[in-house]
Design a protein around this ligand. Sequence first.
Ligand SMILES: Cc1cc2nc3c(=O)[nH]c(=O)nc-3n(C[C@H](O)[C@H](O)[C@H](O)COP(=O)(O)O)c2cc1C
Length: 267
Amino acid sequence: MREVYPQYGMGSNPTGPTNHKNGSLKGPSSLPFCLCASTRMKKWLEASPRKYPPSFHDKEAYYLIVKCLPFAYNKYFKLSKYDLVGRKMLKTAVIIYWSKTGNTKKVASAIKEGLEDTGFKVSLKTTEESGDIDYFDYDLVCIGFPSYEWHPPKPMADLLKSKLNKHRKEGRVKLGAPKIPGKNALIFCTYSGPHTGIDEATPAGKYVRQFFEHIGFTVVDELYILSEFHGMEEFSTKGKMGDIRGKPSDDDLTKIKKDVINLAGKL
Ligand SMILES: Cc1cc2nc3c(=O)[nH]c(=O)nc-3n(C[C@H](O)[C@H](O)[C@H](O)COP(=O)(O)O)c2cc1C
């Protein structure tokens, strides 16, 4: 049975790709047609009572314009480094950190400033705020934490383990850990080193590094930042690293920012 399209007159068929002699599509298959058809469908959905059934092509156009195009557009911008006219788009970074007494938080802010100075779009999140984040959505993932007995503290370790389990189920943990181009990680670890110095921090950094290497990220650097042991004066004055009160100092933070600018320029 032929459908009735009031807007086109009885029995007319407004749809279907109609070829010109030169092979191009005309009228009904064009974007304006899709827009009109999807508007009709929208009106039909909103109408009460609904007078006539929507045509198959109105439905098609509606789903194309309202559902598929925005989805495709979003996917394109998530995956592509270029905009629709071929300009290079901003790179994106997320900084996820855990900080009890503020040292790591200061470093995270300095890294954010450095990245922003080089044109990165940066999100700064605590571990608690970062559960929903998909690392694969970013060009650079920065992970910061203090060393607690040569390990990352439990909230950071738990977060990384749960992410790794999720990625393993998705099939993203592959034998041989092939690198994924454009996916980078930066690890930063603050420590006080009262007993053995930086050796109290490197095991934590190496451990966290493995989480990223297992999912194909390139770890561009591990930063170890000497920092005051707040609440333990002796550990900040008489330990292996000497008097570390006030660290990271403004100078330390400026240096971190400069190092990050250098590093980001290479990505
Ligand atoms: C419970 C606890 C354990 C720590 N263990 C170590 C350690 O094993 N080695 C070390 O160098 N520093 C250790 N520290 C010092 C912190 O790593 C250091 O002060 C860090 O910068 C604190 O970061 P935050 O201010 O972001 O919390 C420890 C601190 C605390 C509170």
